[in-house]
Design a protein around this ligand. Structure first.
Ligand SMILES: [Zn+2]
Length: 342
């Protein structure tokens, strides 16, 4: 076989990578055909893809084109895609619990990812995923935080957990990795209130560990090019978050907004020691709001998950690009903020 080599590859335990067996011969550059152990002992024609290290395989028998992502179990393919977009090391592991929290790879059948995106994994969302036939839920908030000593249906979250496992549905929670990442939820908030970045003078994360790439970290501090009135900013926030009402903390005197500290979800701890004309977040404690008002500053408090839910549309688009056309990704219809205004 001039110009061709036959190589054997072994799937590694992480289910994500392939190792060329030590007995293999030939040069990968000339590789045309290989045998993949533990992939049904099929023969695949191999060619290089646009991505370094990833190869496109065609099943010799069926002629079906495949790539490494498509032969992964759905939970593993989603994990790989999410961790490329929102690297796990960006998360605040001092308290957060991110990653593949429920892995049904051993139970799930081999098919393309069918993903449901949600902020909170409530019992309604779990039912929705079962009804849809989804095999992975990406829940922004982790629904398992602490060690579990028993799993019983008496606890509503554990009841959902039991139902998900019995339906072979895996769960990934990226949480603070999405908060910190470039192009994550806090960048989305910042872009949404600054005419897609056109009104940004300076822009940086509020809190960084020091080891991340530039632009990665918790919260964002925005200095505006053109100052805004508070009512202009309120209008932009309502439009971005699709809300009719938000809570506003403001001093008696009129204020012009030049600087904004923002943080999706609960911003109180991120805002500590940060000076800004307005603090934009999902929730703050009474005394935090009082302190802001007494300091002559403003706060826009929009409901915790209301500052996060709109970002799921961005995540959907990014995941679709990563997972390719075989994957099906939908946003949960039953995921809502627990507070309603009457
Ligand atoms: Zn949150």
């Amino acid at each position: 076989m001039a110009g061709k080599s036959v190589l054997a590859f072994k799937k590694l335990r992480d289910n994500r990578h392939y190792e060329r067996l030590a007995t293999a011969t030939g040069d990968i550059g000339n590789l045309d055909m290989l045998s993949l152990e533990s992939v049904s002992h099929c023969l695949f024609k191999l060619s290089r893809s646009d991505h370094p290290g990833i190869f496109v395989m065609t099943n010799i028998r069926t002629g079906a084109p495949r790539n490494l992502a498509s032969i992964m179990k759905p939970a593993q393919a989603v994990r790989k895609a999410i961790e490329k977009l929102y690297p796990k090391e960006y998360a605040d592991s001092s308290w957060d619990n991110t990653g593949l929290l429920v892995d049904c790879s051993e139970l799930a059948e081999q098919r393309a990812p069918s993903v449901l995106l949600t902020v909170d994994l409530t019992s309604s969302v779990a039912h929705e995923a079962i009804a849809n036939g989804n095999n992975v839920i990406v829940a922004y908030h982790p629904f398992i935080f602490r060690g579990i000593k028993s799993i019983t249906p008496q606890d509503p979250q554990q009841r959902s957990l039991l139902k998900l496992v019995s339906n072979h549905i895996s769960v990934y929670s990226p949480h603070t990795a999405v908060d910190a990442a470039r192009g994550g939820v806090n960048d989305w908030l910042a872009m949404g209130i600054t005419d897609n970045g056109a009104n940004i003078g300076e822009f940086k994360p509020i809190s960084v560990k020091g080891s991340e790439p530039e632009g990665v970290g918790m919260g964002r501090k925005v200095l505006l090019k053109e100052p805004l009135t508070l009512s202009d900013l309120v209008g932009k926030v309502k439009a971005l978050l699709d809300l009719d009402t938000i809570q506003v903390v403001r001093p008696d005197a009129d204020v012009l907004i030049k600087s904004i500290a923002l943080c999706a979800g609960s911003g109180g701890s991120v805002f500590q020691g940060v000076d800004a004309d307005v603090y934009f977040t999902g929730e703050l404690g009474h005394h935090e709001m009082l302190h802001i008002r007494e300091s002559g500053k403003c706060a826009l408090v929009c409901g915790h998950s209301n500052t996060e839910r709109g970002y799921l549309a961005v995540m959907k688009e990014l995941l679709e690009k990563e997972l390719g056309p075989e994957a099906e990704i939908t946003i949960a219809k039953t995921d809502v903020d627990p507070i309603c205004y009457v």
